[in-house]
Ligand binder design. Structure first.
Ligand SMILES: [Cu+2]
Length: 202
C-alpha cells in the first residue's frame, strides 16, 4: 500500500465516523439527552422563519394605527368669527327723529303791564317781539294782560297795512293768523302805539 491509499482510507473512515456521529446526535437530540455537537444545518433553516413573521406583523399594525390621532386639531379654529357681527345694529335709530313736514303753530304772548309805556325799552311788548316762521305756518297771540290789545299789520307811523288785524283782543283771549306768503310783516297795537313786533316768513 502506498501513502496515498492510506490517506484515502483514513479519509473514508473519517467520513463514516462523521456520519455515525451525526446519526447519533440526531437520535440523542430526540431523546433530550446530552448534546455533543448540534448540527448547524437544521438550526439555521428554522430560525429565520420564526423571526420574520412577528416583527413584520407588529410593524404593519403600528403603521396603520398612527394616522387616526392627527384629524382632531382643526375643530377648535371655527369659533372666533362669530363675535364680530353685533356692532352694526345700533346705527339704525337716527332717522326716526324727523321734523314734521306740515305747517306749525308758533305762540306769541302779550305780556301783562304792556298797557303803559315801558315794554318798548327792551322789545318786550310782544314776546317774542320778532319771530321767524315758514310759509303756511300760523302765529297765535295770547293776551295774558288784563287790558285789551290789538295785533294789527303795519306800523304806528304808516298805519295799518290791511294784511291782518285782530281788532280788540280781550284779556286771556287769543288771535291767530296763518302766513301763506313769504315776507317781513311788521305789526303794532292800535290802542298802545309803543307796542310793536314783526313776523318774518321764509
Ligand atoms: Cu295794546
Amino acid at each position: 500500500m502506498t501513502s496515498i491509499d492510506k490517506a484515502a482510507i483514513a479519509f473514508s473512515i473519517a467520513i463514516v465516523a462523521v456520519g455515525v456521529i451525526f446519526a447519533f446526535s440526531m437520535g440523542a437530540a430526540q431523546d433530550a439527552g446530552p448534546v455533543v455537537s448540534t448540527p448547524t444545518v437544521s438550526a439555521k433553516t428554522i430560525e429565520p422563519k420564526a423571526q420574520t413573521d412577528p416583527f413584520a406583523d407588529l410593524a404593519n399594525k403600528v403603521k396603520q394605527e398612527a394616522p387616526v390621532v392627527k384629524q382632531e386639531a382643526p375643530v377648535v379654529k371655527q369659533e372666533a368669527p362669530v363675535v364680530k357681527q353685533e356692532a352694526p345694529v345700533v346705527k339704525q335709530e337716527a332717522p326716526v327723529v324727523k321734523e314734521p313736514a306740515g305747517p306749525q303753530t308758533h305762540k306769541v304772548a302779550i305780556p301783562a303791564g304792556t298797557s303803559v309805556p315801558g315794554c318798548e325799552s327792551n322789545n318786550a311788548c310782544y314776546t317774542p317781539s320778532s319771530i321767524t316762521i315758514k310759509a303756511g305756518d300760523t302765529v297765535t297771540w295770547n293776551n295774558v294782560d288784563t287790558a285789551a290789545h290789538t295785533v294789527t299789520g303795519g306800523s304806528p307811523a304808516d298805519g295799518p297795512s290791511g294784511v291782518f288785524d285782530s281788532s280788540l283782543v280781550m284779556a286771556s283771549a287769543d288771535y291767530a293768523f296763518t302766513f301763506n306768503d313769504k315776507g317781513s310783516y311788521k305789526y303794532f297795537c292800535m290802542v298802545h302805539p309803543w307796542m310793536i313786533g314783526s313776523v318774518t316768513v321764509n
